[in-house]
Design a protein around this ligand. Structure first.
Ligand SMILES: [Fe+2]
Ligand SMILES: [Fe+2]
Length: 227
């Protein structure tokens, strides 16, 4: 590997290689057809839950973030994720849904979002999984989802996506500055790989849920998931 490629860039390249090696989606209808209102409510509920959780667990990291620059950047991110939750809730309210209190995540989503992302022994482990692997997956998913949703939700995504790019830049800054020795880089790489696996399990769970709700056929390709 060229020395001009940073450790962060090499991880992004590895993730893109793993993504490219996934089975093809065969151009199936599930991603390409517009979402029904029912599926849109499901997807927005998932997204609202995810954004709320992100604000909560990143907020908890702040009490244990000794790096001053990382502290300030993550504090900004908490505000962003809180606003993303609010934007998703407004999109749900336009559809008559005022709360996600009775919405239940799939077990794979709890393992990925409620258990895995909040874990991590230090700042580099945390941002490796959430800000690097997770936000990259989310941005890929948003680009695909945008073609399937009505204009008001496209506007919602257009407000969120630039912030998620900022959160990936936070990972870039922190990982290249603080993951410098072999042990640190090994731990970061493990967090990235495990996140990728949990995200794929999350996508399969989403498809299964849509089949159960009568919103997809079991042979449909697995849709993109935010992460
Ligand atoms: Fe977000
Ligand atoms: Fe984010």
């Amino acid at each position: 590997m060229s020395e001009l490629v940073s450790f962060y860039d090499s991880l992004v390249d590895e993730l893109e290689t793993m993504r490219a090696a996934l089975p093809p989606d065969e151009g199936g209808s599930f991603f390409n057809r517009p979402m029904t209102e029912h599926e849109l409510v499901e997807w927005l509920s998932f997204q609202a839950y995810y954004e709320m959780r992100a604000a909560q667990f990143i907020g908890r990291w702040l009490s244990d973030t000794p790096e001053r620059d990382a502290f300030v950047l993550l504090a900004q991110q908490v505000e962003d994720e809180g606003l993303h939750y609010e934007y998703c809730m407004r999109a749900l309210e336009r559809r008559g849904v005022t709360s996600i209190d009775n919405w239940r995540p799939e077990p794979e989503w709890e393992e990925w979002i409620d258990a895995w992302y909040p874990s991590g022994d230090d700042t580099i482990e945390r941002v490796a999984s959430h800000n690097l692997a997770g936000e990259l997956g989310a941005c890929n998913a948003f680009v695909e989802i945008k073609t399937r949703v009505p204009d008001d939700v496209v506007k919602t995504l257009d407000r969120i996506i630039p912030d998620e790019h900022f959160h990936m830049r936070i990972a870039n800054t922190i990982i290249d500055k603080y993951a410098t020795n072999e042990d640190q880089q090994g731990r970061v790489r493990e967090r990235v790989t495990r996140t990728f696996d949990l995200e794929q399990a999350g996508r399969v769970a989403y498809n299964r849920r849509m089949v159960r709700l009568g919103l997809a056929d079991s042979g449909d390709p697995t849709p993109p998931m935010p992460g």
